[in-house]
Design a protein around this ligand. Structure first.
Ligand code: FAD
Length: 461
């Protein structure tokens, strides 16, 4: 692999406008770092592209030499797909331009944007693009997998708001895809991840929004079961403006929290209302009705505050492991399994994240995009987070054991953006009845599986 990387470097050096960074060179250690320390690798060459012609050059040369290639936008793939050992990383972090057309409510996002770059550009003209909840996440990886967040119920998944993709395919060609061009590819790119090429530009729809009502509160261990039963019933009837996420975790040792809750199992509710403020109070009251009074917080926040408030809870460089699935119905016994597991969690930063999809996202028909499952509204994500290498086995086992207990009640399927690196066997399950169609698109655009460091869809031989 070393000789292949030397050949790649020698060939690219003459025409590449961005940075080519090799092991031992200044900036290499910083450039190889990704968000999940559990998945850190040592690539043989990092090609930080300046523009689409750099992306084309990197793909054509790497493909001709036959070198393992990873594509990186924000480097937040939980599985670590934005890097590799010994091969090439095509790094898009210099390509973070966002061009907004306020009048048409449209934007063009370059392929290396972070969510924060998108939010700050669109908020300058009081518009939003619906994306995820942590601003240092890469927009490209998130959108291509689907993209869920605070605004999913109101405006749909991130991928539902893309009107046109520009990408470089495995042979180095530039291809456009929309409702009018390459329709099968347009279908596949909305949920199919990085399987089809490097997207260098997303043309997206924007929506007006500048602030939201936000409420937060903690429910003590003894009331978590009742809270989750109440949550599942309320969400089934809730308006699209209402988003209520529940995380089960150990409460932090934070002096702003009631002393009796610190370090104890709790359900942490975060509730956002994006509609007319006067109509939201009732829903916020309901959501907080089972929280400890001393833990409650309510305020109006700017959209930027909403989008950045969780940033420090998911820092770069910790160790993370996840397993996820859908429930069509959240049964009492599934609730019991989660509540029982909470006191045994090995790390106080680990969370059982529960979100209710539905809303605008569920209005899109199952065959309209490649995205996983729009009919099962409950997404559960078991996200372990810890810092010591010596604690890897204990934390990973905790997630796997709880997942195995929950799995029989889950609907087959998984949201690919919430998958770890050891779950390749679940990729067909993620696309289930759409599998043959997505394999056909992959076989057409990437017949040699050049783009394989992803939740991989192998082409037909
Ligand atoms: C802290 C954190 C918060 C998150 N929050 C949310 C959330 O709120 N909602 C949600 O839906 N998901 C969320 N996720 C999951 C997230 O969507 C995925 O981890 C996603 O893959 C991250 O994208 P990235 O560009 O940062 O990752 P990278 O590691 O850079 O890339 C991930 C994958 O996308 C491919 N890829 C990246 N850029 C391109 C491109 N331009 N063209 C083609 N393929 C490309 C890569 O090949 C790779 O397979 C979160 C993840 C983290 C770590």
């Amino acid at each position: 692999m070393r000789a292949a990387c030397d050949e790649l470097h020698a060939s690219l050096r003459r025409r590449f406008k961005g940075d080519l960074i090799r092991p031992g060179e200044t900036g290499y250690e910083q450039a190889r770092a990704i968000w999940n320390a559990l998945a850190v690798r040592k690539p043989g060459l990092i090609a930080r592209c300046s523009d689409i012609s750099d992306v084309q050059a990197a793909i054509r040369t790497a493909s001709a030499i036959g070198i393992l290639t990873a594509i990186r936008c924000g480097g937040h793939s939980l599985a670590g797909f934005g890097t590799c050992d010994g091969g090439l990383v095509i790094d898009l972090s210099k390509m973070r331009q966002v061009k907004v057309d306020a009048e048409k409510r449209r934007a063009r996002l370059a392929g290396g944007c972070l969510l924060g770059s998108v939010d700050s550009a669109t908020q300058r003209v009081d518009l939003v693009f619906p994306s995820g909840v942590v601003s240092h996440t890469g927009a490209a990886g998130l959108i291509l997998g689907g993209g869920t967040g605070w605004l999913t119920r109101r405006f749909g998944l991130s991928c539902d708001n893309v009107e046109r993709f520009t990408l470089v395919t495995a042979d180095g060609s530039v291809v456009h895809s929309s409702e009018k061009e390459n329709l099968d590819l347009f279908w596949a790119l909305r949920g199919g991840g990085g399987n089809f090429g490097v997207v260098t530009e997303f043309e997206v729809k924007l929506h007006p929004l500048t602030s939201v009502l936000l409420a937060e509160g903690l429910t003590p261990e003894g009331n978590i079961r009742s809270l989750l039963e109440y949550w599942r019933d309320i969400m089934a009837e809730a308006p699209f403006d209402f988003k209520w996420n529940v995380n089960l975790r150990l409460a932090p040792h934070n002096e702003n929290l009631p002393p009796e809750l610190r370090g104890q199992p709790v359900a942490s509710s975060s509730v956002a209302w994006t509609g007319k403020p006067e109509a939201g109070a009732l829903y916020l009251d309901r959501a907080l009705s089972m929280c400890s009074r001393d833990s409650e917080k309510r305020r109006t926040v700017t959209f930027i505050d909403l989008q950045t408030m969780a940033d420090s809870d998911f820092p770069h460089g910790r160790r993370y492991y996840t397993k996820s699935g859908y429930f069509a119905n959240l049964s009492d016994s599934s609730i019991d399994r989660m509540v029982e597991a909470l006191p045994t969690v090995p790390s106080s930063d680990t969370q059982i994240e529960l979100a209710y999809l539905g809303g605008e996202a569920a209005r899109v028909g199952p065959a309209e995009t490649a995205f996983g499952d729009r009919s099962a509204p409950f997404i559960v994500n078991l996200l372990a987070s810890w810092s010591e290498t010596s604690a890897d086995a204990q934390n990973i086992s905790w997630v796997r054991e709880l997942f195995n207990k929950l799995r029989p009640a889950m609907k087959p399927g998984v949201y690919t953006n919430f998958m770890s690196g050891d779950e390749q066997d679940r990729v067909p399950e993620a696309y289930h009845e759409r599998w043959d169609r997505i394999v056909a698109v992959k076989s057409h655009y990437d017949p040699r599986n050049f783009f394989r460091l992803n939740q991989n869809i192998p082409p037909r031989n």
